[in-house]
Ligand binder design. Structure first.
Ligand SMILES: [Fe+2]
Length: 540
């Protein structure tokens, strides 16, 4: 079997039986790895290089190079001044070239070094590309997360009235430049939907409250249908209010509920602003923008109201549960609510967020809910409890946990309920946790619970004075209670006592009696037909 170069860089193999076949050649195809390496080799050694396909049973030099890569193999042809050399390439091809016999060694070494260098460069390029791709992926993930986070935070609805006011102003801010107003006012109505609240201004308040209220009343009917635009210098428009040159008012209502009105006051007059219509004041373009933004705001305000209603209902249900517990032990009437109020206040003083303070309040309301499982004889015993009775009372933290852990929405109040009787020195119950291992909600409630127990009246004793109670708390700091928490408690004792004094226990409502034989609650007068219609399949 012999091997010879054909025309146009092709290689021919002549097998032992004399037949000749062309070997697949991929000369300098730089689109492939082997092709581009062959190109670099050719330039480096200054000779024509061909890439041939490595295959079994092929030319011995090619087979040799494939079997033993990383070095140049040389085939000497007797009587020729050149030798043929071959070097395996990384993607499976073999580079072959003819070199002058006297330079074959040097060219061979040069070719090997060139190839190794180029392979190393390629690998490093590939690694860099992978790093780039990973970086891009991470950046993309980060951007997506940031966007989702931004969307989530804009979906977070404000809880308090102050938060809502801030939310309204933040929503209106982009409109100020959008419509080119000097200032925008939001005139919201109270929960009953009748009383106007003092306007919230995005910038300076341009006109007094009574003038703005009067102006809204003047346009009230028209506003139900469309935005009102008035410009001093256009048509018969005159604003009639000092300091007001032009305005747009839009009603802010959603699903039939009025939230208030939004009013853009005075168009910004800018020397650079030479657009003719801009000098005329507000137009329907700005009115329509105001309407769109106000509709969005109204929808959000509706969501806020619904959310607040839902939360009020939730707290009311909790309160009803607490009343059921306290009804069994009339002497502790109002205890849970007072503890909840102290705890919320104390939490706010150690830097808890509004949401965390509300969690503590709820925990305070429910901290003794487990007492529902304690027998009356033990719960209502006015005298000192014996060891057995004390052990029964001490199960109320576990019972509380057991009752509440079923409720998904109350998972975050479980630590306070379970651990409000742990002591700082580790001698409390139920788990003898110590120091900062006691969840903070439990530590806060322990202080507030003790303070209320000491300062409230019982049938067999009068409540302690504030001084005496704080003295006891101080003595127990570091033993029973978190010493830092006691410090904060004492620092704010006046405000806490104010909460205690102002606390009004809820009076049980008296049931409304029927008037003239008709109930006040429920709809009287439903008549069941004598002949019952065919029962629905659901009733079967
Ligand atoms: Fe308790």
């Amino acid at each position: 079997m012999s091997w010879s170069a054909g025309a146009n860089g092709t290689i021919h193999e002549t097998t032992d039986d004399g037949s000749t076949a062309a070997v697949k050649v991929c000369t300098y195809d730089q689109g492939t790895l082997d092709g581009s390496l062959a190109h670099i080799l050719a330039e480096g050694i200054g000779l024509s290089v061909t890439v041939v396909e490595a295959r079994q049973g092929g030319h011995p030099l090619v087979v040799q190079a494939t079997a033993d890569p990383h070095r140049v193999h040389t085939e000497i042809t007797t009587g020729s001044s050149t030798v043929r050399q071959a070097l395996a390439l990384p993607a499976g091809g073999v580079a072959v070239w003819s070199a002058p016999t006297d330079q074959a060694d040097r060219i061979g070494r040069h070719a090997t070094t060139l190839l190794e260098l180029e392979i190393a460069r390629n690998e490093s390029k590939q690694l860099l590309a992978e790093v780039d791709s990973l970086t891009n992926q991470v950046m993309q993930d980060f951007e997506e997360l940031s966007l989702i986070r931004a969307l989530a935070s804009s979906l977070e609805l404000p809880q308090t009235e102050e938060d809502t006011d801030e939310f309204v102003l933040a929503s209106l801010m982009p409109l100020v430049s959008g419509v080119g107003a000097v200032s925008i006012a939001a005139i919201l109505v109270d929960d009953s939907g009748t009383q106007k609240r003092s306007p919230l201004w995005t910038g300076s308040g341009l006109i007094p409250d009574p003038s703005i209220f009067e102006l809204i009343d003047t346009h009230r009917e028209e506003l139900r249908l469309q935005p009102v635009v008035r410009n001093r210098n256009v048509g018969d428009g005159h604003c009639g209010v000092a300091g007001l040159d032009e305005y747009i008012v839009v009603e802010c209502s959603s699903e039939g509920r009025l939230h208030g009105w939004v009013m853009a006051c005075n168009r910004v007059k800018d020397d650079i602003d030479d657009v003719p219509w801009a000098q005329l004041g507000f137009t329907t373009v700005q009115a329509s923008l105001m309407e769109t933004a106000t509709n969005q705001l109204a929808a959000q305000l509706n969501n806020i109201r619904l959310l607040r209603q839902k939360e009020e209902l939730f707290t009311d249900v909790i309160r009803a549960l607490v009343n059921a517990v306290e009804a069994r032990d009339p002497y502790t009437c109002g205890h849970s609510e007072r503890v909840a109020s102290f705890a919320r206040y104390l939490a706010s003083k150690i830097g808890f967020t509004t949401a965390e303070c509300e969690r503590i309040y709820l925990t305070g309301l429910l901290h003794d809910v487990g007492k529902i499982a304690i027998p009356d004889g033990v719960l209502q015993k006015p005298n000192r409890l014996n060891d057995e009775e004390r052990a029964i009372i001490e199960t109320h933290t576990d019972s509380g946990w057991r009752i509440l852990q079923e409720l998904e929405a109350l998972q975050d109040i479980l630590p306070g309920v379970l651990y409000h009787h742990e002591h700082w020195n580790g001698e409390g119950y139920p788990d003898q946790l110590a120091g900062e291992n006691i969840p903070i909600d439990g530590r806060i409630l322990a202080v507030c619970d003790a303070f209320d127990a000491m300062t409230s009246d019982r049938p067999y004793r009068k409540g302690m004075s504030i001084d005496r109670a704080t003295g006891i708390l101080n003595e127990g700091a570091g033993t029973f209670w978190d010493p830092n928490l006691i410090q904060v408690f004492r620092r704010h004792i006046e405000e806490i006592d104010e909460i205690r004094i102002n606390h009004q226990p809820r009076q049980p409502a008296s049931r409304p009696a029927p008037v003239d034989g008709r109930p006040i609650i429920g709809q009287p007068g439903f008549v069941v037909p004598a002949e019952t219609p065919q029962a629905s399949p659901l009733a079967e």
